[in-house]
Design a binder for this molecule. Sequence first.
Ligand code: TYM
Length: 331
Amino acid sequence: MKRMLSGIKPTGQLHLGSYLGALKHFVDYQDEYEMYAFIANLHCITVPQDPATLQKNLKDCVALYLACGLDPKKATIFLQTDVKAHAQLGYIMCCHTYMGELSRMTQFKDKQAKGEKNLSGGLYTYPSLMAADILLYDPDYVPVGDDQKQHVELTRDLAIRMNHRYGDLFKVPEPLIGKVGARIMSLNDPSKKMSKSDNNDKGCVYLLDDLKKARKKIMGAVTDNFANVHYDPENQPGIANLMQIMSSLEDNRPFGEIEEQFKGKGYGDFKRAVADDVCHTLETIQNRYNEVISSDLLEKTLSEGAARANAIANAKLDKVQRAIGIEIIDK
Ligand code: TYM
């Protein structure tokens, strides 16, 4: 069975983009692949966090993994900090990443370009830790949204570099990016990605949003004056984004079919149908979330997940440390 690994960084509440670009795929793939899904809590603190809010977001993230359909009997679900090898291999990877490579990563560059002050060293070296997260488990594939492709490509470069220098240490993983839903855009500015750090709440549908509020956000989505439901991301980015959402929620329904259904109809009808799809999905997730959050399933899932993940990660860390010469082998 091929192996897959991915993670989400709960710096805020999970939203429709995190679901359609990543979490939904984790669930779809868990039957076919050996799935490792972790919560990237170390990555959260690369930007300042309020500790109480962070704890709530962490717990919600685990609960949402389960509520969205990840099954702890099939997938290994764990917290990054429960497997200490992530931080340790992260440091080792950092020592094998060039500053030029880190400086080219768009996430850091974007924040710098916006003039954000006091960016942390952790934010700069974050892609090295992400490479460690992945390489510890030798996955074949890393299912991610479009914005993480560059990080997985750097991970591949680092794996190849270290294999070349020290012998066969890591499997070189491939990013797996969905055909639809890989880049869900903000509802009130379809030129920007839907994001947890968006300070405008109207652009982002959170998985735990009240259904009325979610519907209002979809109905208020920015569109255009063409009055034609047609897939044209360049000239009709708002409509294209809503079509992406609808298609992903309806098993990758072809855009042509959606166009056909709404031929001659107004944007109001189309938005209502998208809102129905979104609210139906949210309702199912939220019902399950309410069951999970008050049960002992979270604790059980994380402790079993940590045990399975530690067994693999510690063996890999040991192998790497021996290969690079930082362990005394004949003690
Ligand atoms: P994060 O937490 O920003 O996002 C989690 C996953 O959701 C995808 N995503 C989106 N997909 C479509 N449209 C959107 N608007 C959207 N927003 C987010 C992301 O592409 C991602 O797949 N660095 C990672 C977390 C991480 C990780 C890893 C992932 C840490 N270590 C190892 C994979 C493997 C991140 O910040 O994702």
